[in-house]
Design a binder for this molecule. Sequence first.
Ligand code: SF4
Length: 265
Amino acid sequence: MTQGLDTLAATSREALAGIFARHERVFLAFSGGKDSLTVAHLCEPWGDRLTLLWCDTGHMAPHMSDFVQSHRERFSLIKVQPQRPLMDHWAEHGAPADLIPLEHLEGVDWRYPRLQPWSVCCGTHRTWPLVEFLKQQSAPCAFLAGQRQQDQGANVTGIRGLMPGHVEFGLPLWGWTDADVLAFVAQEGIQLQPHHATCGTSIECIICPANLSREKMNLLDRHYPAEADFVRRLASHSLGLAAAKANEIMGVINGTGTAEREGVR
Ligand code: SF4
């Protein structure tokens, strides 16, 4: 833990008190994960002015969707959605992947199928609907997120840059570690998502073939076998394309092969 948990929580509550003093309406990006649950808990003194903002990609695990929506009992909750069904977007721009040979990227299009970086897919389907909602707010307001400095890959600068001018962006857990959050959750008796004991990593979306973890695959195997099969097939396909490209390059470097484009002369 970074510093005394009580000190950490007191600092975050003080920052939140300032935000609620400046704004009548405060929104929290809410996914049902431990970080957004912790921020919601810290906001309880101002719970009547907090609105949970849930971006439903349409592919959240049903038990997680139920868990998220169960928080309507304590807070106001608004569901936002991407403009288009996620699969329609994949059909046009490619499925998300971790490893992508550049020629499969949209705009290059030397080889098909198209693939897209998972960060782009997440931006379109999980971040952008929140930004669009906030743009439509006529009065100044605040937007909170559970991202922490320790999160690898959290594109906070990018999200901050997308925020409309009338929205104050707050990250109450920025200095917290994973251990801090888990200790606070235990201390405060915060109820975590139903699968947390066996899978602590995010499982959104259940059909996502990128950014996988062993514990997510185990969970899909147990509860969503059809989706597990779909994910394996898609991830294996994009990985096969990346491996083929790597082999092509190695063949050229080692003098044992040629680049595919050499064959068209
Ligand atoms: S979790 Fe996967 S499928 Fe869902 S929005 Fe992000 S990249 Fe796309």
